[in-house]
Design a protein around this ligand. Structure first.
Ligand SMILES: [Zn+2]
Length: 194
């Protein structure tokens, strides 16, 4: 729910900070404050779209404060006093949303390895576009290689010596062992293989 759906909203006066109740369609107007008489601009509070869990105490306090604002906005709705909100106000107060990012999974990709080769196999019914595989350290660190698109039943052997770190260092199968493997990227969710 957003404040644009509410008919009656509240904002503090710019001068005396007393709460002014007004119809949402009047947002942006300047009017004399009913408390102090000075001109004040009516505005609509915009709470954040999705409050994320915060780690710091300060963040939690802010989060609780915003939560109280949202609840306050919800409580300020008066059923029965609703008027149609003009489209102008809605387009003015809408916050554009980023398109949702839906990551697919590599659920039918099987990965195994020997001392010098990584074997990647598509056990599913559909083609996977190219993605990435990482050795030992969590992406984007670790030794990385691009795995080409795999059709149903396709398998590819990738020499471990083809894996290269961001800093250019190449995986040396005679010096290192494969401990953990990740696959994903290019729109696919990271998945860890052990
Ligand atoms: Zn005032």
């Amino acid at each position: 729910m957003t404040t644009t759906e509410c008919q009656t909203v509240k904002c503090p006066c710019n001068n005396c900070s007393e709460v002014i109740e007004f119809s949402a369609s009047r947002a942006g107007e300047v009017m004399p404050c009913p408390h102090c008489g000075l001109d004040t601009k009516l505005f609509i509070h915009r709470p954040p779209l999705v409050p994320r869990p915060k780690k710091s105490t300060r963040g939690m306090v802010i989060g609780v404060g915003l939560g109280a604002l949202i609840i306050g906005a919800i409580l300020s709705i008066k059923p029965g006093s609703r008027l149609p909100v003009s489209e102008e106000v809605i387009s003015e107060t809408m916050v554009p949303l980023a398109p949702p990012v839906v990551l697919k999974t590599l659920e039918n990709v099987e990965i195994s390895f020997s001392d010098d080769v990584l074997l990647v196999r598509n056990q599913g019914q559909f083609r996977y576009r190219s993605f990435f595989a990482w050795l030992n350290e969590e992406p984007p660190d670790g030794y990385q290689v691009e795995v080409n698109s795999l059709g149903p039943g396709d398998a590819v052997h990738i020499p471990l010596a083809n894996f290269v770190r961001n800093n250019g260092l190449r995986f040396n199968p005679r010096a290192f062992k494969v401990m953990r493997v990740w696959a994903g990227g290019n729109g696919y969710q990271y998945k860890e293989y052990e």
